[in-house]
Design a protein around this ligand. Structure first.
Ligand code: CO
Length: 211
């Protein structure tokens, strides 16, 4: 399969951007000062900038399967640290989506793809921890969607426990963490109401973790 189409697309995009704003690329080349960090799912149907209507330069992005925030993930740790300590973003958006294949896979048992199953273990654990509530939901898709919501809230708590975030709050800086979820079927973004704006709201365990 040729990727010629992608270069054609790029040529058109460049021309369009330059026509709109002749300084677009020269301005971006000088540096970035995004106000937001997006931590979302790798799912191809959840394009971060498009959903928020943001241009290049406005959103620092990390994506992985099922939008997980894992303490020993060196990749995400560097992203959060750089975004918070260097770029000094003001808002961190943890964005899940309904119908997440990663969350569904964790509910459905081993996929046979070892690396994927290992990665999704936190979702499997979250399922186990919320077994009673989830088992009471009769519709399998509604059960997946509820676990998608619980997963976002858990990942917001994990971001709150991150040392870079704790340090920013200790310095009295404005740094808001938001848990959002996106509907594939209607394109709507929802706020799950688990916003955190300071260390006082972080769970005790996170303070203890820092030791
Ligand atoms: Co997903």
């Amino acid at each position: 399969m040729s990727i010629t189409r992608l270069f054609d697309n790029n040529r058109h995009w460049r021309a369009h951007k330059t026509a709109q704003d002749p300084t677009f690329f020269s301005r971006l080349a000088r540096g970035q000062a995004p106000a937001y960090l997006w931590i979302g799912c790798s799912d191809s149907r959840v394009p971060a900038n498009d959903i928020l209507g943001l241009e290049p330069g406005e959103l620092f992005v990390h994506r992985n399967i099922a939008n997980l925030v894992v303490a020993d993930d060196a990749n995400l740790c560097a992203v959060i640290t750089y975004a918070v300590a260097a770029l000094r973003v003001r808002d961190v958006l943890v964005v899940g989506h309904y119908g997440c294949g990663g969350v569904r896979a964790a509910l459905g048992g081993p996929s046979g793809l070892e690396a994927v199953d290992a990665w999704l273990r936190p979702v499997t654990d979250l399922h186990a921890a919320n077994r009673a509530e989830l088992d009471a939901i009769a519709d399998p898709e509604a059960r997946v969607d509820r676990l998608c919501e619980l997963n976002v809230a858990q990942q917001v708590a994990n971001v709150a426990a991150h040392p870079a975030v704790q340090d920013a709050w200790a310095e009295g800086r404005t740094l808001n963490l938001h848990g959002l979820i996106y509907g594939l079927a209607d394109g709507q973004l929802h706020d799950l109401g688990c916003t955190r704006t300071g260390a006082a709201e972080a769970p005790r365990a996170s303070a203890a973790q820092r030791g």
